[in-house]
Design a protein around this ligand. Structure first.
Ligand SMILES: [Zn+2]
Length: 217
């Protein structure tokens, strides 16, 4: 069951690893599964496995309580955060959590990434907030992540990393790429000494255009 979704997660995990958005066994990827009987399940990466070696059969399907429905591995240690986000935000079917370098630098500094450039504002939906600190895998981290993601497709996790969400796996990937790119731009601009922000009015126009008219629709 759900072979296409499993392939998407395996392929995306390898892509994230090859593009150095995740290193070693850290970070995790998941999808919301819509069952024919109306039930909702979640497909997640296993805990602490090398992404180069992870195959479809290593992925784990859990229910809303986090209990394993299919799979022989332990699910990701950030399972609570993934489930909490799916239960709190309706139009999200894919989540990627990374420890990418520049995003984590901003998360360590506790710096919100302000509205600076078009692509970030359009896809993320505004500035990129920093969720309050809580231990990895905790209920508190799940709560704080949801809080920071309000009306956004991405957030930073204080002293930890980043989280990108989206309707599709590609959308969640774009969120993670844009968080890392924006973090790098912010750090570079700070070195140059001055940051010109987009006005809230222009940012809103860009978000409206992206959501309703951008691309080949
Ligand atoms: Zn993490």
């Amino acid at each position: 069951m759900f072979e296409e979704e499993k392939k998407q997660i395996v392929d995306m995990s390898l892509r994230l690893y090859n593009e150095q958005l995740i290193v070693g066994t850290w970070g995790n990827v998941s999808m919301r599964l819509h069952c024919e009987n109306g039930e909702e399940l979640y497909l997640v990466t296993p805990s602490g496995m090398e992404y180069e070696k992870t195959k479809s059969e290593d992925l784990v399907i859990v229910n809303g309580e986090g209990n394993i429905v299919e799979g022989h591995r332990n699910p990701t240690s950030e399972l609570k955060m993934h489930i909490k986000i799916y239960k709190s935000i309706n139009n999200v079917d894919a989540i990627i959590h990374t420890h990418s370098t520049c995003a984590t630098a901003c998360a360590v500094a506790g710096v919100t990434i302000p509205m600076m450039v078009e692509d970030m504002v359009q896809h993320i939906g505004g500035d990129i907030r920093v969720a309050k600190y809580a231990l990895p895998g905790s209920d508190e981290l799940a709560d704080y992540a949801v809080e920071a993601l309000k009306d956004r497709n991405g957030a930073l996790l204080k002293n930890h990393g980043a989280i990108g969400i989206g309707k599709t796996m590609l959308d969640a990937y774009k969120s993670c790429v844009l968080i890392e790119k924006s973090a790098k731009i912010l750090i570079c601009a700070k070195i140059l000494g001055h940051i010109n922000l987009l006005s809230t009015e222009d940012a809103q126009k860009m978000i409206e255009y992206y959501n309703n008219r951008y691309g080949q629709k």
